[in-house]
Design a protein around this ligand. Sequence first.
Ligand code: FDA
Length: 404
Amino acid sequence: MSGPAAFDTAIIGAGAAGLFCAAVAGQRGLKVLLIDHSEKVAEKIRISGGGRCNFTNRDLDIRAPQKHFIGDNPNFCRSALSRFTPADFLALVSKHHIAFHEKHKGQLFGDRSSDDFITMLVSECDAGGVTRWQPCAVKSVHTSESGPRYRIETDRGSVAANNVVIATGGLSIPKIGATDFGYRIARQFGIRMVEPRPALVPLTFEGASWEPYSQLAGLSLPVIIETGEKKSRIAFHEDLLFTHRGLSGPAVLQISSYWREGEPIRINLAPDVDIVQALQHAKATSKKLVANELAALVPTRLADAWVAQDATLKRPINEASDKSLAQLADRIARWPLVPSGTEGYKKAEVTAGGVDTRDLSSQTMESKQPGLYFIGEVVDVTGWLGGYNFQWAWASAHACAQAM
Ligand code: FDA
């Protein structure tokens, strides 16, 4: 009877982090097996960035990379991100002659298609002699008494490996292969977890209080959105999108990663004008309806929806009271809302929480269980919208591949 297939390293999950880790480890001379249960690798890269892959972000500050990331220990990501930077990944992209462009706020996208990045990663794996098994289901991962440290049972047979890297990502978008495999492995080896939750996700609102706004579905406008108080206050100046069930768009996706159930968010719907002064000036100089004057400051549909809710505003602006105009200005500049929930993992771009960084080395991604590593989104490190999550996948994969 032949024994298990022997490798230095078995990597489970052939997404962004798993593919890059396999390529770097293979090119360092390790014998690497990369396993994925899906037929195709890197489905999330394929659908990312609207099919163009926002693969990194030029605004990532190498001296303080943690400011674009959240997690129970925001400083954990610092070491890996400062040792493998956006410039390092760009060098690889340039080596493969992939044309790219910069969009707003340092976001870098491929010119053509996300497939270019998948092809690049697969060819880097080939250059490192990486063996790929997919689709392949992993039945169990156990330590071994003799020989290599780990034994993995799969539906293609047994594997013996000294190192096991878990790169199975988070829970978002289950229909393209997301599972809780990484979290189960962590628990099996006594590694702590931070409760996972959907992040970069639309927020929902229920009940009669949302009724006046549901008709605004499809409307998009720049806002400042914030949550938290004093030291924990965080704000984003981005576009907001009204949907049938609530709010989406980059502003809302960003704030959703910080929002906790039951907490309010506040939105400034006219961040680029002094709304109090503008309404006072209009009252002194105009006889137009309040709705028409407001429509000069915010989109017409929004102005109409706002004024429709207050009978004292359905009149020419010179006849509106100072008090009702002041209240209107206050609500436009500081609209307080308590979301009832989120659209959940089926719409979330990422999963916040995950494997607790207290049980991982920030230098190597090795867990307190020798030879067991966790990289990418499965770890409790979540980036802002804009290419930061892929940069974490590349950087954590690189740190791990250098250490094995
Ligand atoms: P990833 O999810 O990429 O890979 C995990 C792999 O593990 C998958 O191939 C999966 O099949 C496999 N797997 C899971 N369970 C398994 C099991 N039990 N056995 C075997 N294999 C298993 N980020 C960004 O920076 N820029 C962007 O433009 C976007 N855009 C974007 C759009 C959308 C719609 C989503 C959902 C997400 C994004 N993201 C993003 C986030 C980004 O895609 C994400 O953070 C990275 O793909 C995470 O990389 P990982 O390799 O950790 O997981």
